[in-house]
Write a protein that binds this ligand. Structure first.
Ligand code: COA
Length: 243
């Protein structure tokens, strides 16, 4: 309630800059910028991520250095006047392509622990949306183990798994990746991309013997339950938001 947002975006020679949004949290200026335009923030960014998800500094920096306009893009939420010494890193989110669609996959969303609960997470995610829209994307996808209520509050709904490109794009030509996954993705999008409840049965053919419908799932997907697990077998929520 103590937060006022006054987004002011502008366009210059790069079309995505339309999403460089400025907000005002308790009177201070915040802005979103890709890491690959602010390599001076690399160490601060690695520390922020490592505070939340421990990795070796070398591995973390290696992953961050993949940020580029061709994806993945690491977006930084910064506070303070641009490029003055007291400019501070507030948050980070990484976005990469989703195969066969105009969607982007969002991950590693994090706000400095001492600044949580003050509206920065919302500003960060709104900045991600603006960036994605300005780059012609129409949907954000993500997974979460326990922040499903936060994302639902920001307009995300539960959905099916998608295949994000991640770092594969730097190894395999994107056209090839898209070709492999196009059919699966278009099937998913044709059916609305919403969580698979197992209730979509095709109409029976006139002379075909009647096949009994599959049993209903034990529990429908809710924010308390997900039908999906990650590679470690932990429950994971797949969510998306059309932007
Ligand atoms: C998740 C995270 C980024 C949220 O950032 P934050 O700055 O604390 O969030 P905000 O204060 O901007 O909250 C934005 C809105 O979401 C709501 N919200 C925040 N957490 C929520 C939750 N767990 N459940 C429901 N609503 C939530 C807030 O009430 C606020 O609502 P409002 O804007 O209508 O007033 C932050 O808690 C974080 O970095 N967590 C650790 C890393 C992590 O788990 N990341 C997610 C990985 S999937």
């Amino acid at each position: 309630a103590c937060i006022s947002l006054n987004f002011d975006h502008y366009v210059d020679s790069c079309p995505w800059r339309v999403c460089r949004c400025d907000g005002d949290v308790r009177g201070s200026s915040v802005h979103i910028v890709p890491l690959h335009e602010r390599w001076d923030m690399e160490d601060a960014c690695a520390e922020l991520l490592n505070t939340q998800w421990q990795r070796s500094m070398g591995a973390r920096l290696h992953s961050l250095r993949q940020s580029s306009a061709n994806y993945p893009v690491c977006l930084l939420l910064l506070e303070g006047e641009r490029r003055v010494p007291n400019e501070k890193l507030i948050g980070h989110a990484r976005i990469s392509r989703v195969l066969g669609s105009r969607s982007l996959f969002v991950e590693s969303v994090v706000v400095q622990s001492e600044l949580r609960g003050r509206g920065y997470g919302r500003i960060l995610m709104e900045g991600v949306e603006r960036y994605a829209r300005a780059r012609g994307c129409s949907r954000l996808c993500l997974t979460t183990h326990d922040k499903q209520h936060f994302y639902a509050h920001l307009g995300f709904v539960q959905s099916r798994p998608v295949q994000n490109v991640g770092t594969l794009a730097s190894l395999v030509p994107l056209e090839l990746l898209h070709k492999f996954c196009h059919m699966a993705e278009s099937d998913a999008e044709k059916s609305g991309g919403s969580a698979d409840t197992g209730r979509h049965t095709p109409p029976p053919l006139s002379n075909a013997p009647r096949v009994p419908p599959p049993p209903p799932p034990l529990l429908p997907p809710t924010l308390e339950h997900t039908p999906y697990t990650d590679i470690r077998g932990l429950p994971v929520f797949w969510m998306h938001k059309d932007i």
